[in-house]
Structure formats: structure tokens, C-alpha cells
Design a protein around this ligand. Structure first.
Ligand SMILES: N[C@@H](CCC(=O)N[C@@H](CS)C(=O)NCC(=O)O)C(=O)O
Length: 227
């Protein structure tokens, strides 16, 4: 039975989507990052980076959402594009694009838009610009194709959905108007029963809801404690 360490944020939710799409047997383990559970020794032994998601599959430990998607897709043979070097190259390129671009820039955009203790206009504008630019690259990719790679729904689409869900929160409620192709893919995936189950998984656990001083202390370690 796969152990799935998660919270309700974008990176774990795309792995939850894969687990729900495939029906793989898994046991969900909540890691409440607002309570600092990502830094407990037992979890750091699984992911020394102290972030979710991570999975334990027998003797195999995998952390980082894109590594987990690729690992599970290869293990099951599901949601991978057809074989061949051309589609394999596209799969790796787009997975890495989401892993190193869309995710980190969106994360920083969210931080400076919603959570920074004081306004930092330069950082806010830079990360808004870069997050929007990355989503625009995805939108362009989807302008003349239904799915990100090949002609079938794959782990790259799940990866994109995980962050696309957050577009209004990251860029603002009006952002969808300029990302119609990405919105179309988001809506298609979001309507799948497995996506509904993936999003609802967090509701089975009592995650801390408030981003108070204690939560900020756990999640933004560089902040000095209040005097
Ligand atoms: N590159 C990692 C990023 C994981 C990540 O940033 N996880 C966030 C939630 S989406 C987290 O655990 N944050 C807790 C913290 O930063 O302390 C992935 O794709 O899985």
C-alpha cells in the first residue's frame, strides 16, 4: 500500500489526482505544514527537504511532485504518452518546465501577493510577471492541441492542472480571460470525478486553517519571531 504524505496545496493535489485516476491503493497521511509537521524527524527521513508531497512505496521513497508523477506513471504504465523519443522528449521538457518554472514562480507570486509581512512592490511585480509569463507559455502550447503532450491525457496535464487551479489566486480573478486554452484544459480535467476526489481528500483531515504567527513561523523560517 502506497503511503501518500500530503496537504491540500497544489503539488500534493496533482499526485492525489494521479492516485485517484488510477485507483492505486494508497493510505493518505496528512502533513500539516502550518503546524510544522514537515519538520518532524520522521517526515524529514522521508523528504529531507521538508515539503509535501512524498510517497513511500515499499522500499522506494519518492519526493517532489514531478518525480512522483513520473515514478507512478512508469510503475503503472498509465498516463504516459505513446512510446518513442519525440514524445518522451516532450514529456520530460514539459514536466521540468512545470517543476522548475510554473511551480516555483507561482509559489513566490503567491507569497508576495498574499503572505509577505510587508508589501515588497519590486518582488511582487517580478513574480506576478514571471508567473503570468509561464502560464502564457502553457496557454500557447494548448492553442492548437487538446493535451500538453501527444493526443491523450497524461501526467503532464495533471501537473499543469495542479497549478492552473490556482490561477485566480495567483494572478487575480480576471486572469482567465487572457488564458483561454489553459482554462479549457483546466475545466476539462477539473470536471473529472477523480479531480473532485483529489480536491476533497484534504477535507477528511483537520488541517490548520489560519495563517497566524505560529503558521508563519513554521512556513517562513527566515522571519524573526515577534519581539
Ligand atoms: N518541488 C516540490 C515543491 C513542494 C512544495 O513546495 N510543497 C509545499 C506545499 S505545495 C510545502 O510543503 N510547503 C511547506 C513549507 O514550505 O514549509 C514539489 O513539486 O513537490
Amino acid at each position: 500500500m502506497i503511503k501518500f504524505y500530503f496537504n491540500g496545496s497544489p503539488n500534493p493535489t496533482k499526485v492525489a489526482l494521479f492516485l485517484e485516476e488510477t485507483g492505486l491503493a494508497y493510505e493518505a497521511h496528512a502533513v500539516d505544514t502550518r503546524m510544522g509537521q514537515q519538520f518532524e524527524p520522521a517526515f524529514l527521513a522521508i523528504n529531507p527537504n521538508g515539503k509535501v508531497p512524498a510517497i513511500v512505496d515499499g522500499d522506494a521513497i519518492v519526493f517532489d511532485s514531478n518525480a512522483i508523477l513520473l515514478y507512478l506513471a512508469e510503475k503503472t504504465g498509465q498516463f504516459l504518452p505513446a512510446e518513442g523519443p519525440v514524445l518522451r522528449a516532450e514529456l520530460l521538457s514539459w514536466l521540468m518546465f512545470v517543476a522548475t518554472g510554473v511551480g516555483p514562480f507561482s509559489g513566490q507570486a503567491v507569497h508576495f501577493k498574499h503572505f509577505a509581512p510587508e508589501p515588497v512592490p519590486y518582488a511582487h511585480e517580478r513574480y506576478q510577471f514571471e508567473a503570468r509569463r509561464h502560464f502564457t507559455v502553457l496557454d500557447g502550447r494548448l492553442a492548437d492541441r487538446r493535451y500538453m503532450v501527444g493526443d491523450a491525457y497524461s501526467i503532464v496535464d495533471m501537473d499543469v492542472w495542479g497549478w492552473a487551479r490556482m490561477v485566480p489566486f495567483i494572478l487575480g480573478e480576471d486572469a482567465w480571460a487572457s488564458l483561454p486554452h489553459l482554462k479549457r484544459l483546466h475545466d476539462e480535467i477539473d470536471a473529472r470525478p477523480a479531480a473532485g476526489r483529489a480536491k476533497a481528500l484534504k477535507d477528511r483531515f483537520a488541517f490548520k486553517q489560519t495563517m497566524d504567527a505560529e503558521a508563519r513561523g513554521h512556513m517562513f523560517k527566515h522571519l524573526k519571531p515577534a519581539a
